[in-house]
Design a protein around this ligand. Structure first.
Ligand code: MN
Length: 191
């Protein structure tokens, strides 16, 4: 695998306000995500040495490379804050087909993400046969999701919201819907 690079944010740090502050975005992207990229590259480099410590390399990649992948999707899953942010009619229909209604989907997604124990992610995934499924990802683990694709993910590590919301993860998630990039979700559903 080639050297990984930190992707640029598709918006400025402050454009997600008031759902997510510029301060959080800057720290989250420039420090946390950059750190995962750096450590993933160190692990990939270790693989090219004469006697790699495979156990350590796999552990490092599982955490840091997956962290890099998840954050890269997370940034694209968001866009500038909109008061009346809503899914496209096609997406709404697709979600309603799998979850009964769009309101049900939103409620289930929130429940999934709110109840992650400790650090992790809430995720909407698409199975190889096209079924949509909600899942919790502990830390950054997604190695077990072979052939499932990420459609919509939300970071519920404390670093993603604590500076703005303290321990109120539920409020963070409620406001987060105003920055969901439904055009990106539509693209991932169609892929
Ligand atoms: Mn994060």
């Amino acid at each position: 695998m080639k050297k990984q690079t930190l992707p640029k944010l598709p918006y400025s740090y402050q454009e997600l306000e008031p759902a997510i502050s510029a301060r959080i975005m800057k720290l989250h992207h420039d420090k946390h995500h950059a750190g995962y990229v750096k450590k993933a590259n160190a692990a990939l480099k270790q693989l090219q040495t004469e006697q790699p410590n495979y156990k350590q390399v796999l552990k490092d990649l599982s955490f840091n490379l997956n962290g890099h992948i998840l954050h890269s999707v997370f940034w694209q899953n968001m866009r500038a804050y909109q008061q009346n942010n809503a899914p496209t009619p096609t997406v709404k229909k697709q979600l309603a087909k799998s979850f009964g209604s769009f309101a049900n989907f939103k409620q289930s997604f929130n429940k999934t993400a709110t109840s992650v124990e400790g650090s992790g992610w809430g995720a909407l995934l698409k199975s190889p046969t096209g079924e949509l499924q909600l899942m919790q990802l502990e830390n950054h683990n997604k190695l077990f999701l072979n052939n499932f694709s990420l459609v919509l993910v939300v970071d519920v590590w404390e670093h993603a919201y604590y500076l703005d919301y303290e321990n109120n993860r539920g409020q963070y998630l409620q406001n987060w819907w105003q920055v969901v990039n439904w055009d990106d979700v539509a693209k991932r559903l169609a892929d």
